[in-house]
Design a protein. Structure first.
Length: 534
């Protein structure tokens, strides 16, 4: 039996609203994605994960889904989706779609029916309506309950426009089984499952103790206690049923969960073979640039490496180039001041580290997810005017958290000024692009041997041929600031996180380096791939 394709895949996350805008209305669309498939092919990715493109009032940029089985008109039509999938398949790129099962949009017809039907009605049972709220806080800040006109309250762990489903209701179970089949029938290679750990809530809806705080909401700090809306045991049989549905289709289809969880034992329960295939390694994403911390998180993750894709970013976290360019004590909780550009960000340092981090990530066992624009080294957009911000977190947290818009800015493809080829004519993009991105466009980086894009392309190509052996730490570089490991006998990755240059271990040749090397010496904040050719 051959390994399923996703075990070592490089998956590219497309955030459709900001990827490419074929109809020049300021928001991306499916035809735009299709037109950029050659770019993705050239980059060398195995698959794309499309963040939600379903009909949505966009209270949370599409993570508020009004219809799970259609395409929002701003993104195109189902026929456009089929065309995109066919073109991707022809290019040998698999397509993973996002499924958002914790909540829908308040514009979903079932929620409208629930509101109309009133307290005690069967329609309300598909959601979590109560006569009085408990003390739960929304993940976006503020109370997790909103009162409706007749006096009842409904639960929303995110925005008020995202009512939580009642997962103990058979209609909800059936809705999602049909949704999985709908997209599988069209040919998708799998699903990224949004908020995969929160679908079931403790039936008694007990108060949390202590009450959730904003730090926990930001998820960068692992919660001290598991809240009663996370990791409930009913999740595991649910994902087993979903697995059976996926397995009733030919080929290997993947289910990857969004689960912010460091506890490897609990994670194993999700990944125990007949449930989810993968769950992101968010602990790694939130690790500061520190050799001991990196070594610890990698070591801890290795037993489940193939089930926990590595990633440097996604649409919810500040861009890697910016994260790695700030005081590393702030990495887990970037402050509003940082994300407003009021605190110094060393972009050159962040970029240098992000280049090294890319080589680290792509050399580790397992799959890697690349968030659109990270291959261009895009920084967080730190100067979005407040009145243009869209993220509900910004609004609900009242300034305590600046929100996630800064990493969701439309992609710069070409040209000297906005919209940088995102659309082919001048248009106000849904989030503004910074005025200084001309050097960061795909076009500007295309032929530059020193660009981030070139580094990613080379790395993805080399990875196929050279990086497939077993992982082992390499102890011949006895420096506390160095991470070194081999993959089989012929390949080594060495990363210098410290401030002093270090001597490289013996090697036949350098395959790739994140910065120019100085003879046999590895400069600070640099990673190198070595051919050991034994
Ligand atoms: C996930 C998504 C995030 C969204 C939230 C609510 O965390 O990644 O973007 O806001 O779920 O759906």
């Amino acid at each position: 039996m051959t390994d399923p394709w996703w075990r070592d895949a490089v998956v590219y996350q497309v955030y459709p609203r900001s990827f490419a805008d074929a109809n020049a209305d300021g928001e991306g669309d499916l035809r735009g994605i299709r037109a950029r498939l050659p770019y993705l092919k050239d980059l060398g990715v195995d698959a794309v994960w499309l963040s939600p493109f379903y009909p949505s009032p966009m209270a949370d940029s599409g993570y508020d889904v009004a219809d799970y089985r259609d395409v929002d008109p701003r993104y195109g039509t189902l026929a456009d989706f089929d065309d995109l999938l066919a073109a991707a398949t022809a290019a040998d790129i698999k397509v993973i779609v996002d499924i958002v099962p914790n909540h829908c949009s308040s514009a979903h017809p079932w929620f409208a029916e629930a509101l109309a039907a009133g307290p005690g009605s069967p329609e309300r049972e598909r959601f979590i309506f109560r006569d009085a709220p408990n003390n739960w806080q929304s993940q976006f800040g503020g109370p997790a309950w909103t009162q409706v006109a007749d006096g009842q309250w409904y639960l929303h762990l995110f925005d008020a426009a995202q009512p939580d489903w009642n997962w103990r209701h058979p209609d909800v179970v059936a809705l999602f089984e049909e949704t999985l089949r709908f997209w599988l029938d069209r040919g998708v290679a799998g699903f990224r499952i949004d908020v995969a750990d929160m679908l079931f809530k403790d039936e008694l809806l007990p108060d949390t103790t202590p009450p959730d705080g904003v730090a926990e909401q930001l998820e960068w700090t692992p919660a001290k206690e598991t809240p009663p809306y996370k990791h409930q045991k009913e999740l595991f049989p649910l994902y087993r049923t979903w697995r059976e549905i996926l397995e009733s289709y030919p080929g290997d289809r993947v289910m990857i969960g969004e689960i912010w969880l460091d506890d490897q034992e609990l994670k194993r329960e999700y990944l125990a073979g007949d449930g989810l295939d993968q769950a992101f390694n968010f602990t790694f994403m939130a690790t500061p640039w520190d050799a001991a911390d990196l070594r610890a998180v990698i070591g801890r993750s290795l037993p489940l490496a193939h089930a926990q894709p590595w990633a440097l970013g996604n649409h919810d976290v500040p861009r890697a180039v910016t994260r790695l360019g700030i005081d590393q004590a702030l990495v887990r909780n970037p402050t509003a001041e940082v994300l407003r550009g009021e605190v110094e960000v060393d972009r050159a340092l962040g970029t240098r580290r992000a280049r090294a981090a890319a080589l680290l990530l792509l050399a580790l066992p397992g799959s890697t997810y690349i968030y659109q624009g990270d291959e261009l080294g895009l920084p967080e957009h730190l100067t979005i005017p407040d009145e243009l911000r869209q993220d509900p977190m910004f609004i609900r947290m009242g300034g305590a958290f600046i929100g996630r818009d800064g990493c969701r800015v439309p992609m710069p493809w070409a040209g000297r000024r906005a919209p940088y080829g995102f659309a082919d004519r001048p248009v106000d993009t849904w989030l503004p692009q910074p005025p200084d991105w001309a050097e960061l466009t795909a076009e500007a980086q295309q032929a530059d041997p020193g660009s981030m894009l070139t580094l990613y392309r080379q790395a993805l190509r080399l990875r196929r041929d050279h990086i497939n052996g077993a992982f082992a730490w390499l102890d011949t570089v006895p420096d506390a600031d160095v991470l070194a490991f081999t993959r089989g006998e012929g390949f080594a990755c060495v990363l210098n996180v410290g401030e002093q240059p270090v001597t490289l271990p013996a090697h036949l040749r350098v395959l790739l380096a994140s910065e120019p090397l100085d003879g046999g010496v590895l400069p600070p904040d640099t990673a190198v791939w070595l051919d050991l050719a034994k």
